[in-house]
Design a binder for this molecule. Structure first.
Ligand SMILES: Nc1ncnc2c1ncn2[C@@H]1O[C@H](COP(=O)(O)OP(=O)(O)OP(=O)(O)O)[C@@H](O)[C@H]1O
Length: 319
């Protein structure tokens, strides 16, 4: 049974602007007829360009915002009508701001959360010990939150969001501004939590490496509407971005000629050949191996970045 269910959900805002003495009101449809379900334990990347409606969706899922139309069920309840009840079953992390108490040492913030959520003390201790170890928080527990670095604070925020054993966590840009090592550590931690606890994760990010590392499913929205829902390989295959064969020859040669592929770059003995995503690489490789002195060969898939850029680019209206 789905843990999250949206049926034809929309949310409009009225925006007032002033030109001289005139005030004009216009309606912005931040979310426009969105329907999807998420099963327990799924890790869904929820992505889209700026202003696509991602934050508005997350705010409706937590109950902060009431939809203008449609229905939402999260863990069996309507979030906006049962916000407090739902709060015990969800965790939220906003990369841009902390949910911890600025002047309190990290461990006191955790203690406040234990009381707020009514987590049994034994369970709290158990969770705290696990998160302190996995997120390397031991030396930070006595440090006031305001003195933590961004990466340290984010680790604290993620632990705080999970201490009450939520079934669902919403992570809004959790790796923003972090260095490569901190990002990798966080991703590893989230993957482990999801695998061990079957926590459902909705991840909003502009960092496509987060998606690669964590998400079994990607949902792309634009102008408040869903434009893709599927796996990363399907997203890759759905687009026409070409694939590339990087061929290392035993010696420098003029550009290779084989049917179905085109040389785009020659760099000494290395040549780059592109071929359509619908073509299998196997016959091309066989042909190359039979005709040319090969030293090495690799296939480069289009980056998700290029695929998503393509998705966002409207197709020209030819009517
Ligand atoms: N409180 C509000 N009042 C008026 N308009 C709003 C409000 N909140 C959001 N919007 C508008 O709704 C649209 C969707 O905004 P939203 O913040 O959901 O996008 P987003 O996908 O989260 O963007 P970003 O990646 O920049 O955070 C935008 O046009 C935004 O200006």
């Amino acid at each position: 049974m789905p843990v999250i269910e949206l049926t034809d959900v929309s949310r409009a805002f009225t925006v007032t602007s002033r030109t001289g003495f005139r005030r004009t009101r216009r309606e912005v449809r931040a979310v426009d007829g969105l329907s999807f379900t998420v099963e327990p334990g799924e890790v869904v990347g929820y992505i889209g360009p700026n202003g696509a409606g991602k934050s508005t969706t997350i705010k409706m899922l937590t109950g902060i915002l009431v939809p203008s139309g449609g229905t939402i069920r999260v863990a069996g309840v309507d979030p906006s009508r049962h916000r407090l009840k739902l709060a015990k079953r969800i965790g939220v992390v906003f990369g841009q701001r902390t949910t911890l108490w600025w002047d309190l040492p990290l461990k006191d913030s955790f203690a406040v959360l234990q009381k707020m959520y009514g987590v049994p003390i034994a369970r709290h201790r158990e969770n705290l010990a696990t998160f302190v170890e996995l997120l390397d928080l031991g030396d930070l527990l006595d440090v006031p939150v305001r003195q933590l670095s961004l990466g340290q604070r984010m680790r604290g925020d993620i632990a705080a969001a999970l201490l009450h054993d939520p079934e669902i966590v919403y992570l809004d840009e959790p790796t923003i501004g972090l260095d490569v090592i901190s990002k990798a550590r966080l991703r590893e931690f989230l993957a482990q939590v999801n695998a061990e606890r079957r926590t459902t994760v909705i991840l909003t990010t502009h960092d496509l490496d987060d998606i690669e590392a964590l998400c079994t499913r990607v949902m792309v929205i634009d102008h408040g509407r869903q434009i893709f829902d599927g796996t990363l390989p399907t997203l890759r295959a759905s687009q026409s971005a070409p694939r590339t064969l990087v061929v290392d020859l035993a010696t420098s040669l003029p550009p290779i000629t084989i049917p179905g592929a085109t040389v785009t770059k020659v760099d000494g003995p290395r040549q780059h050949l592109t071929f359509p995503p619908t073509t299998s690489a196997a016959p091309l490789v066989a042909h190359l191996a039979a005709t040319y002195p090969l030293a090495d060969l690799t296939i480069a898939e289009p980056t998700i970045e290029s695929i998503i850029t393509q998705l966002y680019t409207p197709t020209p209206d030819l009517s």
